[in-house]
Design a protein around this ligand. Structure first.
Ligand SMILES: [Zn+2]
Length: 475
């Protein structure tokens, strides 16, 4: 009896994914090395200074791809390549708004990404305010004829960024819903947490066969002023937006790989996105993530030997305008989901990581606990038994890839996100180093684990990712 029990126990343990002691020690050393100073900030600075913003399809988009290729070569990746991604090009040319009545008052706005222009002379309409997107959706058909819809809901500040989801739905679909009711334009309070005069842009999506109306976000301080006027009586606003659609563009995901010494066809994939909005420098979103994952891979590249499996860094194209690079990657690697042993993206600014979430098979939970022990000294807690893998690995996650989220403190992220204030000075080198420490250790551990994390056999993920960006319907 005792023998049988021991055999059963041995069999169960054999199917459990485990990380060898030796690799736990190497990962702890990588962690401490990163904490002592990594190249993450210098990499983010280099991207921002040498390229600037990286709006999808702009001249800077191609310069960003060249930067990524030469940087990966320099950092010691064994293999560096691009994979093509096609997406539409939109450019912002001018945007202005002013209250005409009851009294003249300029309003700072940012056109939402993808917005159609107004006529050159602008549009004039009376404002109809809605407390939130649900209230706009509930408005009667035709009730907004000739009017400008304005959704006033304020974004709540939260460490985990959970205030974003409830306001971003209006940004994505508000213009289409307002147009359905007869509106001539759509305005919203910025999806941002700072009471400033800097508006926050972000993507919108027009519904099929619905009139496309211009759409913009108001700076929070100016949304306050507009609401104060509306409390007194009717308000008329003039809106002028010049923006252009310029057809399809051929961009690229940029990929670098450290080839595994034993199972090179199996990869641990770290991601970030190379593109950004055009208003600032795209420093927190997402030069920070680019710097973090590249610096983590660089530390591993300098080890005396390669890990058992490959470690891949994927710098995605065109995330902001609708996850084009993400969907192209998942489509291209659809048959290789099981060989993506574990995936995760850094795309939440430069704040410190406070929690490790993981979507893995039950037999790999013990290995996640082993990983957590290495990350714990960084102030990282073990969190949920689920993870989305970040926006750009979302499509691969939904195909059944095992994924981690290293959740960052986003308390101040949405003060600057998608604004002219998304600049390098918002990044704190020591905080980036803490991120690098976690990613480097985690990547080493996953790449050397004995056993897998369930990729390919995990149930498709239900529910939305933590941060839901605008996502066009699948083709
Ligand atoms: Zn981002």
């Amino acid at each position: 009896m005792r023998v049988l029990l021991a055999l059963a126990l041995a069999a169960a343990l054999a199917s459990e994914t485990q990380i060898p002691e030796r690799d736990l020690a190497i990962a702890a050393a990588l962690r401490d090395q990163a904490l002592a100073g990594s190249s993450a900030y210098a990499l983010a600075e280099s991207l921002v200074r040498e390229v600037g913003h990286r709006l999808a399809g702009s001249d800077n988009d191609a310069r960003g791809v060249e930067w990524a290729l030469r940087t990966m070569e320099r950092l010691g990746f064994d293999r560096v390549w691009t994979e093509p991604v096609e997406y539409p090009v939109w450019s912002r040319e001018r945007e202005e708004a002013e209250v005409l009545a009851p009294e003249p008052l300029p309003l700072a706005i940012a056109a939402l990404g993808g917005s159609v222009p107004t006529p050159p002379e602008g549009l004039i309409g009376e404002i109809v305010a809605f407390a939130d997107f649900a209230e706009l959706r509930a408005a009667a058909q035709g009730s907004l004829k000739g009017k400008i819809a304005f959704v006033t809901r304020r974004m709540e500040r939260a460490r985990d960024g959970s205030g974003y989801g409830p306001v971003v739905a209006a940004r994505v679909a508000g213009a289409s819903v307002a147009a359905e009711k007869g509106a001539i334009a759509f305005l919203m309070r910025s999806a941002g947490t700072r009471d400033s005069d800097r508006p926050h842009t972000g993507n919108l999506r027009y519904g099929e066969s619905i009139t496309r109306i211009p759409a913009a976000a108001l700076a929070n301080a100016h949304a306050d002023r507009l609401q104060a006027l509306l409390a007194e009586g009717p308000v008329t606003v003039r809106l002028r937006i010049a923006a252009r659609e310029r057809g399809l563009y051929q961009g690229a995901n940029v990929i670098g790989e450290l080839s595994g010494r034993m199972q090179p066809e199996e990869v641990v994939a770290l991601g970030a996105h190379l593109d950004s909005w055009d208003l600032g420098e795209g420093a927190i979103d997402d030069a920070a993530g680019v710097g973090i994952v590249l610096a983590a891979a660089e530390l591993i590249a300098k080890q005396p030997e390669r890990p058992r499996r490959s470690i891949r860094v994927v710098l995605f194209a065109a995330e902001e305008i609708g996850l084009y690079g993400a969907r192209a990657y998942a489509e291209r690697h659809r048959e290789a989901v099981a060989r993506h042993v574990l995936v995760g993206e850094s795309d939440f600014g430069g704040g410190r990581i406070y929690q490790l979430d993981a979507a893995v098979k039950p037999e790999a939970r013990a290995a996640i606990a082993q990983m957590h022990k290495v990350l714990e000294p960084l102030g990282i807690a073990l969190g949920r038994e689920d993870a989305g893998g970040g926006p750009d690995f979302g499509p691969l996650r939904r195909l059944g890839a095992a994924a981690v989220d290293l959740r960052q403190d986003g308390t101040y992220y949405f003060d600057y996100h998608h604004t002219v204030d998304d600049t390098l000075d918002k990044l704190v080198p020591g905080d980036l180093d803490q991120n690098v420490a976690a990613w480097a250790a985690l990547a080493w551990l996953a790449a050397n684990a004995e056993g897998d994390f369930g990729s390919g056999s995990l149930p498709e993920r239900a529910g939305p990712p933590m941060i839901q960006e605008a996502r066009p319907a699948p083709p």
